[in-house]
Design a binder for this molecule. Structure first.
Ligand code: IMP
Ligand code: MG
Length: 181
């Protein structure tokens, strides 16, 4: 597949992502083997591809649900203010909740999610994040399953976007600086 001009380089190729997703699914399947009522809560839009791949590798029964948030006003500038745009369909009370996020940057989004779900009395609450940029963290957050740590660069593909573009690239690539300056 051809790489768009706006992409500086491929950081995580399809095979690398697939191998790690399989490892995460195996670990999650083992950890939840004895628990009933697992619900995966995917954070839209960014987590939709990761969640689809991960869910299909799970060896434990589960439901899928979604939540939509916004933490950015525009471009790549974090405001720190998280807005709830769409809530889950089902109640999570008494269920084992696994929040699925694409990327952890400042941490504000995940912090908001963890606080929101904790207040709803789930049986348990864990988080599964595909990518973390540790250098950027502003608030310490709970990460139970993590795919990759990456340096502080803007990445797109495999669900991740820049201004809603590049989401469906099958790999994760670094966006050229001049594109998001
Ligand atoms: P946080 O609240 O600063 O941790 O930001 C998390 C959200 O910022 C993610 O869910 C993404 O929507 C977005 N984000 C942060 N870094 C990137 C990136 O490199 N590429 C695409 N989206 C990003
Ligand atoms: Mg996101």
């Amino acid at each position: 597949m051809s790489v768009p001009n706006a992409i500086e380089r491929v950081l995580l190729d399809e095979e690398t992502i697939a191998v790690r997703v399989r490892e995460l699914a195996a670990q999650i399947s083992a950890d939840y083997a004895d628990s009933d009522g697992l619900v995966l809560v995917g954070v839209l839009k960014g987590a939709f591809i990761f969640m689809a791949d991960l869910a299909r590798r799970l060896q434990v029964a589960h439901h899928v649900d979604f939540i939509a948030l916004s933490s950015y006003n525009r471009g790549t500038t974090s405001t720190g203010a998280v807005r709830l745009i769409m809530d889950t369909r089902a109640s999570v009370a008494g269920r084992h909740v696994l929040v699925i996020e694409d990327i952890l940057d400042t941490g504000y989004t995940l912090d908001y999610l963890v606080r929101t779900f904790r207040a709803r009395n789930p049986a348990s609450l864990r988080t599964c994040i595909l990518i973390s940029k540790p250098e950027r963290r502003q608030v310490e957050v709970q990460v139970d399953y993590l795919g990759f740590e990456i340096p502080n660069e803007w990445v797109v593909g495999y669900g991740l976007d820049y201004a809603d573009r590049f989401r469906t690239l099958p790999y994760i690539g670094v966006l050229k600086r001049e594109v998001y300056k």
